[in-house]
Design a protein around this ligand. Structure first.
Ligand code: CDP
Length: 313
């Protein structure tokens, strides 16, 4: 018994605050936010040292030459050796004009519904979105219209577009809403995701689409995962949103995050849906979104990152 007590004294168990406590804490802080250049510089340095987002966020001809072994970050012992076919699909080098100035990272949280944050978001210099989200008329006031980079999980290609084995027209047409942005796909994270990602590449290339495909570099995803694990985020895999916030902290002069609120009640303690467009919940043990939120909220309080959780005036 004494041994157990000593154990808890040396290694105190970290308890994640309950949803209600988080809501209270956020309400206490209110809309206050003070930019802190030292915090911004510190995080950019930490992320550059661990993960080198500038050079490594995408698979490029420069960081992945022919013959390079790309180890899948989402599973053990699977790799892809860059060959003639895949090498030709990679961009030469990081195509982004750096540094990016004001960036908006838009999560898909239901907190965005009726937020009227669309104009705020659209005012950013560089706008990142997750998982090909809907930007139809009914959502424009809340989420805006512009996009510079949007992630696409291979599972979406499978579920929404029948793996692109039949018609590619529906996919190509539905991508038009993202204008001439980058589509960022984790093609080398899970083995079954590679083929759908390559098919998405060809579907866009064959239709002379304005979008540019960027494959997420599995080495970057792995190092970002480790970075947050060391800071207490224990999940099988980070959420897409946290990957993008990490990228933005490494590349942008100022970052505002919208739509990050993985709780079932809003700030008015009324129930809200998981997404701004539906209420389909994620697999319970896959992500640790509340833990991620706590980390992001620390960054908000320290002036490193701005979290917009209420509505936009
Ligand atoms: O693919 P994943 O489940 O990670 O994401 P999603 O449901 O498409 O939402 C995009 C991102 O928004 C997530 O990765 C989270 O970082 C964030 N999100 C949130 O913070 N709260 C929610 N209720 C829903 C999403």
């Amino acid at each position: 018994c004494v041994l157990v007590l000593c154990w808890f004294y040396i290694f105190p168990v970290y308890r994640l605050p309950r949803d209600k406590e988080i809501v209270e804490e956020v309400l206490r802080q209110g809309e206050d936010w003070q930019r802190n250049q030292t915090g911004i510089d510190l995080y950019r340095k930490l992320l550059t040292d661990c993960c080198d987002p500038q050079r490594m966020f995408a698979v490029t001809k420069e960081n992945s030459p022919m013959g390079k072994v790309l180890w899948y970050d989402g599973e053990f012992y699977h790799s892809h050796t860059v060959n003639n076919e895949t090498y030709s699909l990679f961009v030469q080098d990081n195509p982004l004009q750096l540094p990016l100035k004001k960036c908006a990272v838009v999560g898909n949280g239901g907190i965005l519904r009726h937020s009227k944050c669309g104009q705020h978001i659209d005012r950013a210099d560089f706008i990142m979105r997750c998982n090909l989200p809907p930007l139809s008329k009914e959502y424009v006031d809340d989420v805006g219209t512009r996009t510079h980079l949007v992630t696409a999980n291979p599972s979406i290609i499978e579920k929404r577009f029948q793996n692109l084995l039949w018609s590619r027209k529906e996919f190509v047409d539905s991508m038009k809403v993202y204008g001439s942005s980058y589509i960022y796909m984790p093609a080398f994270s899970m083995k079954p995701g590679t083929d759908p990602s390559l098919r998405a590449y060809y579907a866009l290339a064959d239709s002379s689409s304005n979008l540019t495909m960027l494959f997420a570099n599995p080495e970057f995803l792995r190092t970002v995962g480790k970075f947050w694990k060391a800071r207490g985020v224990h999940a099988k895999r980070l959420s897409t949103g946290l990957f993008l916030v990490s990228l933005a902290l490494g590349l942008c002069e100022e970052v505002t995050a919208y739509g990050f609120w993985p709780f079932s009640v809003g700030l008015d303690e009324q129930p809200i849906s998981h997404h701004y467009y539906d209420n389909i919940l994620p697999y319970k043990w896959f992500h640790a979104m509340p833990e991620e939120f706590v980390q992001l909220w620390h960054l908000h309080k320290s002036g490193t990152l701005r979290m917009k959780v209420g509505s936009c005036p």
